[in-house]
Design a protein around this ligand. Structure first.
Ligand code: NAI
Length: 292
């Protein structure tokens, strides 16, 4: 099985390259300048040349606050570009696995979001990713759209690395305690993608295409996530700091973020027989890797 993934250095891309190597699956990553989602004309040819069995669409414009100032670029990459990736797969007669986000929801629900819940993005980033889901579905009926959330990993920039960096020179870190979600390790996402891809590859009659939520098991808020990261670091001999709870109102950001973006991943578990470990276990594994 040969997976072609968009992007070169992202958290999910890097995790998928590593997981592919361990599992003996060919994973080919193509990114800029050969494949530039902001220049959708580059996409079809770059993907065709890589001869995929399955295309994984993991590259995206992910700067949530900056997107408020660059809506055209965010939509070009996350909507038009993503649609082109799905179209490239469709032309080759292969499925596309596309990553999307919990930020397609506004956060007003009281429980876990399921796939059929109404979307209502509160930010440009969320709106551009929702437009991407629609473009992908329109371009290729053989699509899996995987909405994930709060992604961290040993690679790239993420919350785990930020907390460890801040703890190295501060005694106390203020973290918002009123936004709830599911921290998700990109290492787990990669494992889930390999699992789903193997199912699609094995079962040519697979018919359960469509949207799935795919997030870490269990929930917390950013401050609880920070505490777990720093507790793990402390017992592993790394930097630590006190965490002080603050509210979203205390920490204004350009983009509005959902207060509750907890996702139910039950549909993915039942379709593919895979669910993520408890978020604490996955966090511990990544903290230890970052420290080492
Ligand atoms: N990071 C997070 O917390 C979350 C991420 N997601 C989604 O998961 C997917 C993967 O996210 P991460 O790996 O965390 O992102 P990341 O920011 O670590 O990596 C994004 C990748 O996209 C590439 N890229 C950006 N613009 C590009 C362009 N114009 N052409 C080609 N490549 C381009 C970057 O070079 C990088 O390789 C994305 O679709 C993202 O929207 C969903 C929910 C949360």
């Amino acid at each position: 099985m040969r997976l072609v993934v968009t992007g070169r250095e992202g958290q999910v891309v890097s995790s998928l390259l590593e997981a592919g190597q361990l599992a003996g699956v060919d994973v080919i990553a193509i990114g800029r300048p050969r494949l530039d989602l902001a220049n959708p004309d580059t996409v079809i040819e770059a993907i065709a040349a890589a001869k995929p069995d399955i295309v994984v669409s993991a590259a995206a414009y992910t700067a949530v606050d900056q997107a408020e100032d660059e809506p055209d670029l965010a939509f070009r990459v996350n909507a038009v570009g993503a649609g082109k990736v799905a179209q490239a797969a469709a032309r080759l007669g292969v499925p596309v696995i596309h990553l999307s986000t919990d930020y397609v929801f506004d956060g007003s629900a009281s429980g876990d979001y399921v796939e059929t819940d109404a979307t209502a993005p509160a930010s440009v980033y969320g709106a551009s990713k929702l437009a991407g889901e629609q473009a992908v579905a329109a371009a290729n009926p053989r699509n899996l759209i995987l909405r994930t959330a709060w992604v961290y990993s040993p690679f790239g920039k993420n919350f785990v690395k930020t907390m460890l960096r801040l703890a190295a020179d501060r005694d106390e870190i203020a973290v918002v305690a009123d936004q709830w979600g599911n921290p998700t390790s990109a290492l787990d996402i990669a494992d889930a993608i390999l699992h789903a891809a193997a199912t699609l590859h094995r079962n040519k009659d697979f018919a359960a295409f469509g949207t799935y939520h795919l997030a870490g098991t269990g929930e917390t808020n950013w401050s609880g996530f920070a505490r777990h990261i720093l507790d793990t670091s402390r017992v592993s001999g790394g930097p630590s700091a006190r965490v002080r709870d603050i509210t979203t109102a205390d920490y204004p950001t350009k983009a509005r973020r959902p207060a509750n973006s907890r996702l139910s991943s039950a549909k993915f578990a039942s379709a593919f027989g895979w669910s993520a470990p408890d978020w604490r276990l996955s966090t511990q594994a990544v903290v230890r890797r970052v420290l080492s």
